[in-house]
Design a protein around this ligand. Structure first.
Ligand SMILES: NC(=O)c1ccc[n+]([C@@H]2O[C@H](COP(=O)([O-])OP(=O)(O)OC[C@H]3O[C@@H](n4cnc5c(N)ncnc54)[C@H](OP(=O)(O)O)[C@@H]3O)[C@@H](O)[C@H]2O)c1
Length: 279
């Protein structure tokens, strides 16, 4: 298959691109930091900024020059911002939504006419456990991933009769993400009324990510989706406790669920322990 993949310069995107190449697909990968060319790993790399119409169009032309079809589009490009709801600016929210949600929309809109004319295609969109529940100080990312979830359900229904399948990948914490994409809202560097809670929560988040699941396993599971005649609508790749958090979120009354998550993240004792361990 000819597979286009966004956000493949690091993290889960890179691991997925490598698994796809190992499964003998023609992989055409995009990221802003790429120098165009074919690597020793067999992956074709092209520059791509998913927030730019021009860059996205140039990527598509470049990809079609390498192989004149697209059987699958895997969208991993994403950035995360940590900050309080009150102090994260509209511009900061816009930046996250532009990459994590509208970037996906842009790439899909370019790939879909090609897939429709082929009468087949697969679209795999990277959401997150945060596409299913909110946690403190991740509102921009959580909003973007919830948008991805809703959008993907609509898309799946619309393109079904054109032979196109859509699957959401919902990773829990994986020890893969680059710290370069864990942005902090500018206000959090100052004298924030949320400062202590923010420091504790980000300590817990960073600890969970650094001790997260194996990104190679996720890459192989995403690659395996392309072997299935029918992809599932969702592939959740998360630890048991993160899966449990989603089940509880759907089952429990909101105040109770929220108290559990507050206790988990806004937890000075746990954060202190993690800080000690990290020394
Ligand atoms: N890691 C986790 O634990 C985890 C958990 C749940 C969900 N996810 C999701 O999985 C995906 C990958 O995350 P990650 O943490 O593994 O990766 P990451 O290391 O944070 O990498 C992000 C990737 O996105 C690319 N990117 C960022 N902005 C871009 C833009 N405007 N245009 C094109 N590419 C762009 C980056 O490349 P350039 O800078 O070179 O453009 C990089 O390749 C994301 O969608 C993330 O939300 C990750």
């Amino acid at each position: 298959m000819v597979v286009w993949i966004t956000g493949a310069s690091s993290g889960l995107g890179l691991h997925t691109a490598q698994a796809l190449a190992a499964a003998d697909h023609t992989v055409i990968a995009g990221a802003r930091s790429f120098t165009p060319g074919k690597g020793e790993d067999g992956i074709h790399r092209l520059q791509l900024d998913v927030t730019s119409d021009e860059s996205a169009a140039a990527f598509v032309w470049g990809a079609l020059a390498i192989a004149p079809r697209v059987d699958a589009l895997v969208q991993c490009a994403g950035i995360l911002m940590l900050g309080s709801c009150e102090e994260t600016t509209v511009e900061e929210y816009r930046r996250i939504l532009e990459t994590d949600f509208l970037g996906m929309v842009r790439m899909n809109s370019l790939a879909l006419p090609l897939m429709r004319s082929q009468g087949s295609g697969r679209i795999i969109l990277f959401s997150s456990i945060n596409g299913l529940l909110g946690i403190p100080f991740q509102s921009a990312y959580t909003a973007a991933k919830h948008a991805v979830e809703g959008y993907a359900e609509c898309l799946g229904m619309e393109v079904h009769r054109h032979g196109i399948q859509v699957c959401l990948v919902e990773p829990g914490d994986h020890r893969s993400g680059s710290d370069a994409y864990r942005l902090h809202s500018a206000a959090m560097a100052g004298d924030s009324p949320y400062g202590a809670d923010f420091a504790d929560t980000t300590t817990v988040i960073a600890h969970d990510e650094h001790n997260g699941s194996d990104p190679d396993v996720l890459g192989r599971r995403v690659a395996a989706l392309l072997k299935k005649r029918r992809m599932p609508g969702r592939l959740r790749v998360a630890s048991l406790d993160q899966k449990l958090a989603v089940w509880l979120h759907d089952l429990l009354p909101t105040p109770l669920n929220s108290a559990i998550l507050r206790g988990y993240y806004l937890n000075p004792k746990k954060a202190r322990k993690y800080r000690e361990q990290a020394k």
